[in-house]
Every structure is written in structure tokens, then in C-alpha cells.
Design a protein around this ligand. Structure first.
Ligand SMILES: [Mg+2]
Length: 437
């Protein structure tokens, strides 16, 4: 079946998470986890669901950008798109007039991700497989044909990408079986948002330890004395052998990052995430070099623009950990490119997740990474945040701090229609209620 796309709808869906300080960090003090939520209708009745994550205000701008892209999608069939996915990717990212808005960065990039995520969801549903399984079963040549190598071929050629995928075919079945049995290791960020009190932090940490969590991330960067106190508290709670990571969400200048993190070295963080502007490649390299003797790595990625920035961060040896993101970094197509580049440069991938729907999405990509690219779990884990999963038709399944591979067809980002209606901004009941208060 061709599955001709006959309609695209996009809605502004917002959850009032700022009321309880969920998601608060040094730069984003009051996020309302939100999404531009896309549904593709086809003439066969099959639908594709996609989203891109936002923090509340401004989601209407992403919705507007998705609508601007709709004309490039509606009227095409799924078959037509996936038979030359690289060209379709370019059609969306290199439209002769709209590329001025990016290219491949900012609002238009977020909008492109929502649309492409919906196309991938549609493809997986048409094949009756979860997205990770669609990717795992795909011929390496077809995987490579989904990636746009323009601008990155000086770091990774098409032949090199193919070679990585072909080599990783060995042992693929065992790794798939292992994932189905054990799941992919996760870490939690739910215990230590910046806006949480020490009491809340202690309670959440105790609960998480009881549920089997061994890897924890703490938000830092607003106040040094406060960070030292909170990080010591967490280190005390989790003991010397569990893993601790810290995340500054772009709060510092380069020199400030080095001195601040040096003062937190006593709590032995594995990495400092987003120490400075995500655009500052040389700054990341400087920080990474300065912190290496302390045994602290640098991680960035959730707000990294695109595959070109990743290429440069890898080329500059500015990263010890790569954090892909299922929306901000863009589509599956772009994430595939980054997974392969990270492998070539020998840097482990530890995906960013959380927000609304990001855990649901990114679990598919990291399963593919383990089974078909890295074949390695050393120093690798996927972020997990315990919010808003109840709004999805196929929410993530966590067992003993591992992501269990999703079984339902698609990319796991279909929301319950009742949740979408209640949280649609500004007309949903949840928002009408807030306006009355
Ligand atoms: Mg982060």
C-alpha cells in the first residue's frame, strides 16, 4: 500500500509542570513541558504521530513553522518518501525560501523534527513494528540512504557509515535478545531538579535507590555554595560506588565553568553537561582539556543544533559523552548520522530524555545504537525522567532502572486524545482553569 498523506494537523499541547518546579534548572526556571504535536492522515486510514518538545511559551511559533512545512508533505505517499528519504530530508531542510529561517537550526529545525518523527512513526506502523525494530531489521544500505552526508563527509563518508553497520551485523541477534530480556540501562534526573527542597531531594533519592536506580543526575549552576551542599547530600545518599552526573544547562562562561566544576570535583561527577553555550565548540574543548586531570568528562548535545555541530565537537575532542536528542537535534535521519559519527570517534552516546515524550522517542534510537552500531554498554546509559508518561498510548516501561524495548508498532509518541484536548493551549480545560485562578 502506498499510504498517501492527505492531511497534516499540528496542535499546541502544554502541561503546567512549572507549578511544581519539575524540570527546573539553572537557566530554565519555570518550564511548562509542551509539544507541537503532529498527526499525519493517510488515504489508507493509517496515521503517523510525531512531536517536538518545547518549554511552553513560543510553542505557537513552532506550530506555525510546522504549518509552513505541511505543503511539502501533504500529497506525498509514504512509499515515495522512504524510497528516497535522503532527498525528502533535503526537501524539508533545504527549501529554497524557508532554509533562510535555519538552515537546520532553531524553530524551523524543531518543526522539521516533528514532521519527520511523524513520518518515521507512520513507516513503523505500516511495517507493524516498533521503530527500533524497523531500524534493526533494515538493510545497512537502506539505513545509510536515509542520512544526508552533505557537510559531514569530511568526518564520516557514506562508505565508512556502511562499513560500521555491516561490521556490527555480527552478534546482532544476541544483542537484540539481550535487550528484550534485560533492557537498556538508564539513569534518573527526577530526584534533583534545581527547584526541589533538600527534604524532597532526600525523599526522592531514597525512593529511587529502593527501586534499583544506581545513576543520578543533579542540576547545578545557580549558586556554588548551594551546589556544593546539594551534591554532597546526594553523594552521601547514593554512596561512593553509584554514578553521579551534573548538568549546568549552559549557565557559565568558559573560565567560570572550569573553576566552578573544579570545586565540585570532590563529589566525583562522571560528567559536566552543557557547561557553556551549546554553540561554543572551542570553549567545550578548553573545558574538556582542563577537567580531564580531575577525571570529569564533558557532555553536551540536548541543545546542540545539528549534525554539523556534533561533527565539529567530535573533531575538536570537546566531548567525552555524546547526548543525542529526539527533537532538538532533529529527526531520526539526523540522529542516525550522529550515532555513526560518535562511533567512529569512539565517544559513547548517552541520550537526553525527559520533557514530554522524549523518553518514549529516544529509547528507540539507543536500542538501535546498541544492537546495530556500538555493540557496547560501557559508560553508556539513557536518561530517564518520571513525568507525564501517562498521557501516551504506549508509555515507556522501566524495569529495574532499564528501558524495556517497546513492543507496539510506531515511534511511541501518540498521545491520548483526551490528554491532548485537556492540555491544548489556550483552549483546553487545564488552561482555562489556570486563567481563572
Ligand atoms: Mg541537560
Amino acid at each position: 500500500m502506498l499510504h498517501k498523506i492527505i492531511n497534516l494537523t499540528v496542535r499546541d499541547v502544554r502541561f503546567p509542570t512549572s507549578l511544581e518546579q519539575h524540570g527546573s534548572d539553572a537557566m530554565h526556571t519555570d518550564p511548562d513541558y509542551s509539544a507541537a504535536y503532529v498527526v499525519l492522515d493517510t488515504d489508507s486510514g493509517l496515521k503517523g504521530f510525531g512531536l517536538t518538545f518545547t518549554l511552553g511559551r513560543g510553542t505557537e511559533i513552532v506550530v506555525c513553522a510546522v504549518n509552513a512545512l505541511a505543503g511539502l508533505v501533504v500529497g506525498k505517499s509514504l512509499q515515495e518518501i522512504v524510497s528516497d528519504f535522503r532527498m525528502f530530508y533535503r526537501l524539508l531542510t533545504s527549501d529554497g525560501q524557508m532554509r533562510w529561517l535555519g538552515p537546520e537550526k532553531g524553530v524551523i529545525h524543531l518543526a522539521t523534527a516533528a514532521v519527520l518523527n511523524a513520518v518515521w512513526d507512520l513507516w513503523a506502523r505500516a511495517e507493524d513494528k516498533p521503530l527500533w525494530k524497523l531500524l534493526v531489521d533494515m538493510d545497512p544500505r537502506q539505513i545509510v540512504s536515509c542520512i544526508d552526508f552533505r557537510y559531514i563527509s569530511d568526518a564520516l563518508t557514506e562508505d565508512e557509515a556502511l562499513d560500521i553497520l555491516v561490521k556490527a551485523q555480527e552478534g546482532r541477534q544476541q544483542r537484540e535478545d539481550q535487550m528484550l530480556k534485560e533492557g537498556y540501562p538508564a539513569y534518573t534526573t527526577s530526584c534533583a531538579w534545581l527547584g526541589y527542597s533538600d527534604q524532597q531531594l532526600k525523599q526522592l533519592c531514597t525512593d529511587a535507590l529502593k527501586s534499583g536506580w544506581t545513576k543520578f543526575k543533579v542540576k547545578v549552576g545557580a549558586d556554588l555554595e548551594d551546589d556544593i551542599r546539594r551534591c554532597r547530600l546526594i553523594r552521601q545518599m547514593i554512596g561512593p560506588n553509584n554514578t553521579l552526573m551534573i548538568d549546568a544547562n549552559q549557565r557559565w562562561d568558559v573560565a567560570e565553568a572550569i573553576s566552578w566544576v573544579s570545586k565540585l570535583a570532590e563529589v566525583k561527577p562522571l560528567w559536566i553537561e552543557e557547561p557553556t553555550s551549546p554553540d561554543d565548540i572551542l570553549g567545550h574543548a578548553t573545558i574538556s582539556k582542563a577537567l580531564a586531570p580531575l577525571g570529569i568528562g564533558v557532555a553536551t548535545g540536548e541543545q546542540c543544533h545539528n549534525r554539523v555541530m556534533f561533527k565539529q565537537l567530535l573533531q575538536a575532542s570537546a566531548l567525552q559523552f555524546v547526548q543525542i536528542d529526539s527533537c532538538r537535534l532533529g529527526s531520526v535521519n539526523e540522529n542516525l548520522a550522529v550515532l555513526l559519527m560518535a562511533h567512529k570517534f569512539g565517544v559513547p552516546v548517552c541520550p537526553h530524555a525527559g520533557g514530554v515524550g522524549l523518553c518514549e522517542l529516544v529509547q528507540h534510537l539507543i536500542l538501535f545504537d546498541y544492537i546495530c552500531v556500538s555493540a557496547n554498554l560501557s559508560n553508556r546509559m539513557c536518561e530517564y525522567v518520571d513525568h507525564l508518561h501517562e498521557h501516551f498510548t504506549s508509555p515507556v516501561v522501566i524495569q529495574d532502572a532499564h528501558y524495556m524495548p517497546p513492543k507496539d508498532p510506531g515511534y511511541s509518541c501518540e498521545m491520548l486524545e483526551s490528554s491532548v484536548k485537556r492540555h491544548q493551549y489556550p483552549e483546553g480545560d487545564v488552561w482555562k482553569l489556570h486563567q481563572k485562578k
